[in-house]
Ligand binder design. Sequence first.
Ligand SMILES: [Zn+2]
Length: 483
Amino acid sequence: MKKNNLIILIAASILAVALTGCNPVSKSGEAKYVFYFIGDGMGFQHITATQAFVAAQNDAKGNAPLSFTNFPITGVVETFAHNRFITGSAAAGTAMSTGHKTSINTIGLTHDHSDSLFSVAHFAKENGFKVGVATSVSIDHATPAAFYAHQPSRNMYHEISHDLISAGYNFYAGGGFRDPDGDNSDKPRGSIYSRGDSLGFLFTSDLQVDQNVLTQFKSVVYSPPVSASSSTLKYKIDCSDEDVTLTQITEMGIEVLNNPDGFLFMVEGGKIDWAAHDNDAATVVNEIISFSDAVAAALEFYNKYPNETLIIVTADHETGGMSVGVKDNKYESYINLLSNQKHSLEMLNIVIRDFKEQHNGRPTFNQVVDFLASNEVMKLDLSELSSKQHEKLKAAHQASVAPQTDAQKQSNRENYGSAEPIAMASMQILNEMASIGWTTLSHTASHVPLYAIGANQELFSGQIDNTEIPRRIATAMGFSIDK
Ligand SMILES: [Zn+2]
């Protein structure tokens, strides 16, 4: 190459770099399609248990991979809140969406509620990306709300749902709304459905939306024809083939959001946390499998656009202080036993109450034992129980069949919360037998895992604070949330 040509080439390269640097249209190297998956309450051991469970289901030893566990980048995330070391979903969600720590139960406001905090989803919309928010719980629940709402309390479901309309993102999905009409609000603002209708929202229970229909609407809000309790999707463990899954709403979101200018799509596995609050390991691992399936739908998209897609999978906090390994079993674990449980604790309560009714409210202990041993409940084998577990089941049977005097009701509330005593005790025994331990019915301060793949994935390695995630997502997409 002649010297002059070389100089021209270098000059052209410098010009190209300069143009790229100042030209907002050029997105070379930046993440254009971004998935932000949050497993609510999904700690390290929840993932260990799920990987071991999947391996055991396939007669393999050790850990089977989930859709995201082999991502090239892994990180560790610190979770503490502004005013409490052990965080909650609202404060963690706000940190993970806005990049700022806030106080417990606060959604999208500073810790003293004096100012609004805006999320990476808000800034993505301002920067021309389409935005979607999906969850397996209600659409107005703390984690999704942190991406679009600004309210002093996560429990202000009505006000939060109106903020959803105001934010005007392109796609929302979940089990439904908790207070769309303001029945439980001090200052009801009217139905979000009529307000949404007038502002170009399509509320639908159909997973298939025609592209021609889509162009007529500013925003699509999906909820299933029939919701589970608290306006959620059913637990996977309780699902039949007809029930709507997190994967299906993720696929729908991709259909709605996919466009040449890109998108940011937050997807929450919300009931991992709920099952962990119940200390119900079989339901936790099934929820994580369902969450992993939803990530697989994003991975399919990634495989089509690997240079422009970024997938982040992480959690907001750990729930339950879950452990694989319990005192009485020493170094042994039997994770496969979790497959014996056929219903979530929530459904098990109903199943056992129905069974009791069939026996005039007072089944004998042996009748209970036979029922628990059946395939349809949890194949609990009485001969395998330790004497301590046997006593525990007997006590639960007594609590369940005793006349429900005020004193008995009080005692049951203290020992079993709102659960049916036999349902709760048998589930706890199965957890122990499988070697799953729990230290709390609440959250812990544990760090949580992060997995990343795709454009600018390297921004997410190492141990980082949860407020760094949205900041780095913005950087990966070519904009800033610090204005
Ligand atoms: Zn949470």
